[in-house]
Design a protein around this ligand. Sequence first.
Ligand code: VGL
Ligand code: ZN
Length: 207
Amino acid sequence: MSQSDLERRKSALLIIDVQNDFCEGGALAVPDGSAIVSRVNAMQDEFSTIILTQDWHPAHHSSFASRHEGKDPYSLIRMPYGEQVLWPDHCVQGTIGAAFHPDLETKNANLVLRKGMNAAIDSYSAFLENDQTTPTGLYGYLNTLGITTLTLCGLATDYCVRYSAVDAAKLGFEVKVRLSACRAIDLDGSLQAALDDMHAHGVIVED
Ligand code: VGL
Ligand code: ZN
């Protein structure tokens, strides 16, 4: 096996939450979200292992502002596991909003990992829920395949991409984030905070 075959075998592309609700017209639209789709599709040629994540909430998820009397979307609340942003209802299981963007290439995906299914705990990261302890199983999957390097792209840079990248780095993966194939929500400086956090954990942020 050549060096480049070996590199390819040890690498995976992790495509975060390229779903209708995070694109223009969706319930939690990320500005310019759909602009990444063609880039994300093109990137897939570089990888032999491709994982898609899908935010997949039950209808009355505790991260929805609608579940909290008098609370507006994008405000903060304290949950038993820490601070949580309250979101508009989004990515409800089985709805069109939760479906992948219609132009996203999905046929090459080895794994579709759903997250945020526990009504009591939000899950930004593809590895651990927001309580920082409940695993999704992705670590075991990647380990079993001998994958050591991850490239991330998708939505949103400052939430699900950020927390997935940082958890991956903490778990010992070599992690890159392809920023040109990501878009951010950018609430109160959350994009800068995300870039700082990723840098601090040794994530390579590339264009
Ligand atoms: C996300 C907020 C709530 C994301 C998911 O995919 O970044 N953000 N749920
Ligand atoms: Zn969500």
